[in-house]
Design a protein around this ligand. Structure first.
Ligand code: SF4
Length: 463
């Protein structure tokens, strides 16, 4: 019943694990009690108890159990006057969810017999800038949240009792789907609970509806777009989207679509950039989660019917690629009147860090001024195609408009692409490195071609 973990979720877990391992270095010489598998926590609990008895100064992955609840703690430290708990988060701030996690850990640890002097959360310092070496004491913030987790004790206690009843029951709880399915994280059972919602044509596919409005309609059993009565109060924008859906044919907002296409001036450059944003800064001058444009593809087309010329860039993973990537873009886009991208996030944000350097700033502004984002006509509803619907993911658009459908590549998505870059930095086998580089190149080439296909598709739809 449980959903398989997505590549994105696995990448998130790996990032959390990597940051946790790095934070352990703040407390050198610790004993690592990580179990070999999640099924072997019993042994970790026993070992933790032994080390606590011995007052081992630093324990990594200490495990505790109380009242049927298991808690693992990243770092437990014994100082002169008692035990100090540290939980590591790879985020840039402490969320309410983290405080609740910490409150549960505190509840289990304290009630299992270990009195904690302090409970701390270690998280990544957003304003840290890397020097030649990582300075861990500056990279991480350590915040004492003991008061908050103590104040939550009653709340945790009551919730534990409720959840114990839920997991020991024979029937699944009678709770319908709702906004809670994605708060604070997407639930692992979404595939099971949501399979009653049609993949296409449901109110959940209307991106102009707020989440709240979608569930209001659902509450009235108005799940299919076609079932929404004309009298139901909705904004003009949503009503417009519903009408488009009901038309079931290709439609253009003649004026806005024509204005959009008229901005495309030849020669054009279609650009696709691969970005990696590591939690831990890789190169001097980098901040945590700074975007690094490590590879790029460019298709240069002189005029509408000319054969486009492809160029490719990948930087060696020993350098900050930002400047080299910008140089590549500048060199290969010279002479182009329009720069074409397809992106649902702010274009060129990966170059934000060089805004302060005046000559680069000018180059970047020049690129920005010429940029046309092909995402715009879809999301602003200048153009509608029932095959695409309102799902503007690039794969869905290509599947809907291309005769050949999607191309097969070893790397399947941007998360895997980012992982491949991380592997390039750590792998030492030259054959493996060249294989990874070839996989990245394949992926970028296909992605750039997808952007080109979308441009050609949109141009062909101008009547
Ligand atoms: S209703 Fe939502 S939150 Fe509850 S189990 Fe199903 S998907 Fe998860």
């Amino acid at each position: 019943m449980r959903d398989r973990l997505s590549t994105e979720q696995l990448a998130k877990f790996k990032r959390g694990h990597d940051v946790g391992i790095l934070a352990q270095k703040l407390f050198p010489g610790g004993v690592d009690l990580s179990p070999e598998s999640p099924l072997k926590y019993d042994k970790a609990i026993q070992q933790t108890a032994k080390h606590i008895k011995k007052k081992t100064p630093v324990i990594f992955e200490a495990a505790f159990q109380y009242n049927g609840v298991l808690a693992a703690l990243d770092i437990l430290v014994f100082k002169e006057n008692g035990w100090y708990a540290y939980e590591v988060k790879s985020s840039l701030s402490i969320s309410h969810t983290f405080l609740l996690d910490a409150s549960l850990q505190y509840y289990v640890i304290r009630n299992s017999g270990v009195e904690l002097k302090e409970f701390n959360i270690i998280y990544v310092n957003e304003s840290y800038v890397k020097n030649d070496n990582l300075e861990l004491s500056l990279l991480f913030n350590i915040e004492n949240v003991t008061t908050q987790v103590r104040n939550n004790e009653e709340f945790v206690n009551s919730k534990v009792e409720i959840f114990k009843k839920v997991v020991s029951g024979y029937k699944e709880p009678d709770i319908d789907i709702g906004e809670h399915c994605d708060i604070p994280y997407t639930c692992d059972y979404k595939g099971y609970c949501w399979n009653k919602i049609p993949a296409k044509g449901s109110v959940f596919s209307l991106d102009k509806l707020s989440k709240k409005e979608r569930f209001e309609l659902y509450k009235y059993s108005l799940v299919k777009i076609n079932s929404i009565p004309d009298s139901y109060p909705l904004s003009n924008e949503v009503r417009f989207q519903i009408n488009l859906y009901k038309k079931k044919k290709i439609w253009n907002d003649d004026l806005k679509f024509a204005q959009f296409i008229s901005r495309v001036k030849y020669p054009v450059c279609i650009i696709h950039i691969a970005v990696n944003n590591p939690a831990i800064p890789l190169f001097p001058g980098n901040r945590p989660y700074q975007q690094l444009p490590f590879a790029a593809g460019i298709l240069y087309q002189k005029s509408e019917n000319d054969k486009p010329k492809y160029s490719y860039f990948i930087d060696e993973p020993i350098n900050d690629p930002t400047f080299h990537c910008l140089e590549f873009l500048t060199e290969h886009s010279t002479g182009s009147k329009s720069i074409i991208v397809f992106s649902d996030i702010k274009e060129w944000s990966c170059f934000d860090c060089i805004h302060t350097i005046s000559d680069k700033k000018e180059i970047l502004n020049n690129i920005k001024e010429k940029t046309i984002n092909l995402y715009e006509p879809f999301t602003n509803l200048y153009h509608y195609n029932p095959k695409i619907g309102f799902d503007y993911k690039i794969e869905n658009i290509i599947k809907s408009i291309s005769e050949n459908g999607l191309s097969r590549t070893i790397i399947k998505n941007d998360t895997e692409l980012s992982d491949a870059y991380a592997q390039l930095r750590t792998d030492t086998d030259i054959f493996r490195i060249s294989e990874i580089k070839a996989n990245i190149e394949d992926y970028i080439k296909v992605a750039t071609d997808y952007d080109y296909q979308i441009l050609k598709y949109l141009e062909s739809k101008l009547e």
